[in-house]
Write a protein that binds this ligand. Structure first.
Ligand code: ASP
Length: 339
């Protein structure tokens, strides 16, 4: 019998309405599970564990990610797959973070959640949860079909570190614009094996448990000025920043921008160029408006999402990648997050 561990962290899926305030708040997991008698019909054994106090995912931080990674580590030998129930707001960040923390992962870790609570008549929670469990149970030649951190939502299975939440309204809330879906649920459950991440064979799972949050994201906008950049780059303890640039990695060519970035890089702050477009890639040098950034030795995020970039930075700083290798390692795909 296939065994699955269901890890409940919180999110809309398990929320109920607080009639005093009118807001949705996280709810007790056992009550949640009772709402899904269908789970008993699945062809696998399901065990559950829950955060002591389930959270709205807007409250997530790197300690929670390490907590999830530790749960997977402790249970790794006893289960064939893992399903993480999580709020959709920061699910792409969490799935990205877990992809970095779980090195040489050889089993599925599927993040899912819902836009409506499981108790709601029109809920999307049941399909998301049931299909995620089925996906986590898939085996071929007695080996798990999926061996990476994924996100399943509204009939689509994606590589977790390629996703972004693009809608606060549609059931189809997530997209993976720079990498194709890994699977699709219709009348049949299809997995596109050519898109799956190939874990190196016979490598033992390594679970990283240190992340460094001294990182930041700065989104450019027309009107952005020297004063803002200067105060941002002088944030105490700042070790790495993502500059969300325009289009293919473009930014103003003004002297104050170049000078401030030069000083920051000289101080040892890693500066990463990630496009603020949801799809496409940074190509420094394609335009004059990015040639100057290339000259500064700015790190290219290529087609990485901001969610994967910021969590990759926290991970890389946590494992103490040497400053000399930092640019090369960041620009290399570690878990399939970059094309
Ligand atoms: N605010 C909720 C959360 O992220 C939204 C959701 O679950 O979809 O926890």
């Amino acid at each position: 019998m296939t065994t699955i561990l269901l890890i409940y962290t919180g999110g809309t899926i398990g929320m109920i309405k607080d009639y005093n305030t009118g807001s949705l708040r996280p709810f007790n997991f056992d009550k949640l599970i009772k709402n899904i008698p269908e789970l008993n019909q699945l062809d696998c054994d399901i065990d559950t564990c829950s955060f002591e106090s389930p959270i709205d995912s807007s409250n997530i931080n790197s300690e929670h990610w390490i907590q999830i990674a530790s749960i997977v580590e402790d249970a790794y030998e006893n289960y064939d797959g893992f399903v993480v129930l999580h709020g959709s707001d920061t699910m792409s960040y969490s799935a990205s973070a877990l992809s970095f923390l779980l090195e040489n992962l050889g089993k599925p870790v599927i993040f899912t959640g819902s836009q409506l609570p499981i108790g709601d008549l029109r809920t999307d929670a049941k399909e998301n949860l049931i299909t995620s469990i089925q996906i986590a149970s898939l085996k071929q030649n007695n080996k798990p079909v999926i061996q990476e951190v994924c996100l399943y939502f509204e009939y689509k299975l994606y590589r977790g570190n390629r996703t972004t939440k693009l809608s606060a309204e549609n059931f189809e809330a997530f997209w993976s614009l720079n990498y194709p879906a890994l699977g699709e649920s219709g009348v049949h459950l299809k997995v596109f094996s050519e898109n799956l991440y190939q874990t190196k064979k016979n490598k033992k799972l390594i679970v990283h448990k240190v992340m460094d949050s001294n990182v930041a994201i700065l989104k450019l906008f027309p009107g952005f000025n020297a004063l803002l950049l200067e105060s941002f780059l002088n944030t105490p303890n700042l070790k790495a920043v993502i500059i969300e640039t325009y289009g293919a990695g473009n930014a103003p060519t003004e002297d104050w921008l170049i000078e401030n970035l030069k000083i920051a890089i000289k101080k040892g702050i890693h500066v990463i160029n990630v496009t603020q477009c949801s799809g496409g890639s940074v190509t420094m040098g394609q335009y004059e408006t990015s040639k100057h950034l290339q000259g500064l030795q700015m790190i290219s995020g290529k087609d990485i999402t901001t969610e994967a970039a910021i969590t990759k930075l926290m991970y890389m700083l946590g494992v103490n990648i040497s400053p000399k290798l930092f640019k090369t390692v960041f620009e290399t795909s570690l878990r399939g997050e970059i094309s």
